[in-house]
Design a protein around this ligand. Structure first.
Ligand SMILES: Cc1cc2nc3c(=O)[nH]c(=O)nc-3n(C[C@H](O)[C@H](O)[C@H](O)COP(=O)(O)O)c2cc1C
Length: 179
């Protein structure tokens, strides 16, 4: 499979347009590879490096995999995302199933990090996590905090908040996977 190297800035418009409709964040730890849908993300520059930052709730299996292996790929479709991929990767957890197999996604060997890209969502950013930042709810705008972070059960009779962790991924390779 060929990889056409790209300047990620030339694809920024396409990536940011696809993002709110759902793109994939792929992670891998040990033998487990998992993709989840993300609708939030930030493409920009931090510490003088090209960065894609993702926002992952504490409860996600992806959060566990990212903490075990701090690297990820961003996978963007050329056209609209397949509704089946959106449904499986956006509502089921990799804790319970092999989502790549269920969604018909084909891993493609990476170039720099140790997390694969996906043939079916060929625009690929390989990212190495350079900073992770758990959210501090008291610092967040109150209206947003109330809307996105209602109290949830902590499973032990108490309450907690399923906040996001921001993972800042330095973009270390960018390409389009071609047949
Ligand atoms: C359109 C869409 C956008 C989403 N965006 C995010 C996101 O940015 N961050 C997040 O933590 N979950 C997001 N989700 C939810 C996860 O994709 C979903 O909970 C997934 O099943 C988690 O998979 P995992 O447990 O295998 O990590 C989104 C879901 C959809 C359908």
């Amino acid at each position: 499979m060929n990889k056409k190297t790209i300047d990620y800035t030339e694809y920024a418009g396409k990536i940011l347009e696809a993002l709110p409709k759902g793109i994939l964040l792929t992670t891998k730890a040990g033998t487990k590879t998992n993709s989840m849908v993300i609708g939030w993300g930030t493409l920009g520059t931090n510490w003088g490096r090209p960065v894609f930052a993702v926002y992952v709730r504490e409860s996600r299996f992806t959060r566990q995999l990212l903490d075990e292996n701090p690297a990820f790929t961003i996978n963007v479709p050329l056209d609209d995302i397949d509704p089946r991929v959106l449904s499986i990767c956006g509502s089921r957890s990799g804790r319970d199933m092999d989502k790549l197999e269920a969604a018909g996604l084909t891993p493609v060997a990476p170039s720099v990090i140790n997390v694969p890209g996906l043939k079916e969502l060929p625009i690929t950013l390989e990212c190495r996590v350079i900073y992770r930042q758990p959210q501090e709810l008291p610092l967040l705008d109150k209206e947003i905090a109330g809307r996105y972070y209602p109290p949830v059960s902590d499973g032990q009779g108490g309450e907690t908040y399923d906040t996001h962790v921001t993972y800042y991924g330095e973009i270390v390779a960018a390409y389009v996977i071609e047949e």
